[in-house]
Design a protein around this ligand. Structure first.
Ligand code: MOS
Length: 728
């Protein structure tokens, strides 16, 4: 189905199932530990054995030799595959460093061999006997040094005359900000079981994008993708770290071919950080100029990040092109070469670090103007792209977010003068920030099967990375077919099913439900035909199909055998005529310990403007999870770089600290009630990443309000606050 004009009145609008707060249909499997994750799929292939990765101990250079003699003789060892013997491979389009192959070391902990043994312990013990002879080469690991030596190129976006407008503005700020590298820290490690049958490969793995995985694995292995099946029905978090095939899949495939048995490979937690991808660190520069009336006249945002040769930048300036009004604007993204592990997508790439800087800058600008930060943002709202005023936002309720949030949070009780509020040993502060994130769309398919008993089975390669895909896709099918949620059976994450959008870029929910919608439109037509009903007047509800005076059980349409149809929603060009984005506002209360500088987040509120909310429970869970992630980004998460030896030092969850539920006593989410007919047939937009955008800055602004200490370099660890705290 081509979605080629704004959505109108569809069966979805009844909202009997869609839009209702249904708990996750996979919830019982998750909470009872019976949802099978990749490494636990003991039942899928007989005779599974274990692969343990050997990873590079240098950040850059060449492998002269790998001595595997001792390991081969160790108990239980079945074989060893080394990267030099496999040889270099082509990569998928979105990755830079090789996953497994060749004699080049491009980054620390790059996979260079896999040891296969009967048991996990035997594989691990034998791997320790492998010794590697390297010819190390000098690498570049220091972003600050590389950025200082870098000559900036032309702006990426320039509108009006930023430099003149900034020079003439009566009120300005000109500040530099930095965000550190972060990594996804998904609960479930990267893991794969691989099995060959002749020249056909099946991988049971943990991956966000099944069709990309299949395509890229075919490229890496040099085999036709028709010969590959990828199955990933349950995924313990991805956050962008599992958008692409990773080394566990490639090693498992080579290992299984070598020993002629199914092989399971998991990346041990201490290998994931340097073997995998991460969110690159940024150095940002923001200048804002405004009139004394508070209207922004000039805004520039520049960002520098590093990556391996051939890699991409962290596009931290994207939102600054159109979030706030202002005729004269400029953005520039600089990319420098570093030999650290590969920088790539992590939840809301671009906007997350970009808004961590921009929304502090907006707070500083409001203070310079002696304006309230909420009022300053509302004054500079825009309903058109300021650099391209012919382009309107399809739906933009940002001012509603600000006003609803301020009222619900009790913003008016905040003391705008920093460092004034104290409760015992705690300095109390309040801060806020705006949120902005795009809402892209990818084609998405589904197959629906009406059973003779009236149930409907939905099959799609869509993934559920802990987000709620199972539930919202089932809700869509139930609504369309007039069934109860319990009458829908979901089958996801298998490349044997129609290709869906997958889980990424916060497009998963809106696109995958649109794919189910398209398939169900076709199924309704097939049912009408089977029952001899006029489909123009047909209604599906309560398990019945009604047309005029006739009412027939839906099951009867399949009395002679199941009816199977499939379709793919394609998103037409009309959709790009307007700016399609999501908006929000974050409000935070912090306490900063006056003696130690320890910061505790006491309460958080997010207000989200994302079109139709398909399920308030799963949407809320996405947002509070994102808010929690934002607390980590603000206060604790930082990949510490050893700039001499070229790796991330804190490569486990003991030293890379992420927040947990009990760190944040109160989190609330408000959804703006709206629909966006230009976004999808269900009028929904993305939300999974919006909840993270701006959180870090809201916390930094709250810490400033509490202490009077303005921290522009994340994370806000206590050492950055101590010198500015009051005498005790
Ligand atoms: Mo998201 S970084 O596209 O998984």
């Amino acid at each position: 189905m081509l979605y080629d004009s704004p959505a109108t009145d569809t069966p979805i609008e009844r909202l009997r199932v869609v839009g209702q707060p249904h708990p996750r249909i996979d919830g019982a499997l998750k909470t009872t530990g019976t949802a099978p994750y990749a490494y636990e799929r003991h039942d899928v292939a007989e005779g599974q054995v274990y692969g343990w990765p050997v990873v590079a101990g240098i950040p850059k250079g060449r492998i002269l030799g790998i001595d595997t003699l001792a390991a081969r003789g160790a108990p239980g060892v079945l074989g060893i595959v080394t990267a030099p013997e496999v040889g270099p491979h082509e990569n998928g389009p979105m990755n830079t460093a090789l996953l497994f192959g060749g004699d080049r070391v491009q980054h620390y902990h790059q996979a260079i061999a896999v040891v296969i043994a009967e048991t996990f312990e035997q594989a691990r013990a034998a791997a320790a006997l492998v010794s590697v002879d390297y010819a190390p080469e000098a690498g570049r690991f220091d972003l600050h040094a590389a950025a200082a030596a870098h000559e900036p190129g032309d702006p990426d976006m320039s509108h009006g005359d930023f430099e003149s407008a900034f020079a003439e503005a009566p009120v300005t700020i000109d500040q530099r900000y930095s965000t550190p590298g972060e990594y996804h820290a998904a609960m479930e490690p990267h893991a794969t079981i691989a099995a060959w049958e002749g020249d056909r490969l099946t991988v049971w793995t943990s991956n966000q994008m099944i069709a990309w995985a299949r395509r890229d694995l075919a490229t890496v292995l040099g085999i036709p993708q028709e010969n590959i099946r990828v199955d990933s029905p349950y995924i313990g978090g991805g956050f962008g770290g599992k958008l692409f095939v990773r080394s566990d899949v490639v090693m498992a495939a080579h290992a299984a071919r070598r020993v002629g048995r199914p092989v399971k490979v998991m990346l041990p937690r201490p290998f994931i950080t340097n073997n995998g991808t991460h969110r690159a660190a940024t150095l940002q520069h923001i200048r804002i100029g405004a009139g004394t009336d508070g209207r922004i006249t000039a805004l520039s945002h520049e960002s520098t990040s590093g990556n391996l040769p051939g890699g991409s930048p962290e596009t931290a300036t994207a939102q600054s092109e159109m979030f706030y009004a202002g005729a004269n604007r400029m953005t520039r993204v600089n990319l420098v070469e570093l030999d650290l592990p590969e920088g790539n997508a992590m939840r809301a790439p671009g906007e997350t670090p970009g808004l961590m800087a921009l929304e502090i800058a907006m707070d500083e600008m409001a203070e310079a103007l002696k304006m309230d930060p909420v009022a300053f943002r509302a004054l500079n709202d825009t309903q058109v792209n300021p650099a391209n005023p012919d382009r309107r936002f399809s739906r933009r309720n940002f001012v509603d977010c600000l006003e609803r949030g301020a009222a619900a949070f009790g913003w008016s009780a905040r003391n705008p003068v920093p460092g004034q509020r104290r409760e015992g040993d705690w300095l109390i502060g309040h801060g806020m920030a705006g949120a902005f994130r795009g809402s892209p769309a990818l084609a998405s398919g589904a197959r629906v099967r009406l059973q003779p008993d009236g149930r409907v089975i939905v099959e799609s390669d869509m993934t559920d990375i802990g987000t709620g895909s199972y539930t919202i896709m089932a809700q869509t099918a139930a609504e369309m077919m007039g069934l109860e949620l319990g009458q829908i059976e979901m089958r996801l994450g298998d490349s044997d099913y129609p290709v869906a959008a997958g889980s990424g870029g916060q497009f998963g929910a809106s696109c995958s439900t649109a794919g189910v919608y398209a398939a169900c439109v076709k199924l309704r037509e097939a049912v009408a035909k089977a029952l001899g009903l006029n489909q123009a007047e047909i209604d599906f509800s309560d398990g019945m199909v009604r047309s005029g005076a006739r009412a027939i059980p839906l099951a009867e349409a399949a009395a002679g055998g199941e009816i199977v149809v499939e379709d793919t929603i394609e998103f037409g060009d009309f959709r790009s005529a307007a700016e399609l984005d999501t908006f929000g506002a974050h409000f935070v209360e912090v306490g900063v310990n006056v003696a130690t500088g320890e910061t505790r987040v006491r309460r958080m509120l997010a207000v989200c403007d994302s079109g139709r909310i398909l399920n308030p429970i799963t949407a809320r869970s996405q947002v509070i999870g994102a808010m929690t992630m934002g607390v980590g980004a603000a206060l604790s998460e930082e990949l510490a770089v050893d700039t001499a030896r070229g790796f991330f030092v804190n490569h486990d969850l003991a030293s890379y600290e992420v927040p947990v539920h009990s760190d944040i006593p109160s989190q609330e989410v408000i959804f703006i009630e709206d629909t966006d007919a230009n976004s999808s047939p269900l009028k929904a937009k993305g939300i999974g990443e919006l909840g993270l955008c701006g959180v870090g800055a809201a916390i930094s602004n709250a810490v400033y309000n509490a202490t009077g200490v303005r921290v522009r370099d994340y994370p806000l660890t206590l050492d950055k606050l101590l010198a500015g705290l009051p005498e005790i």
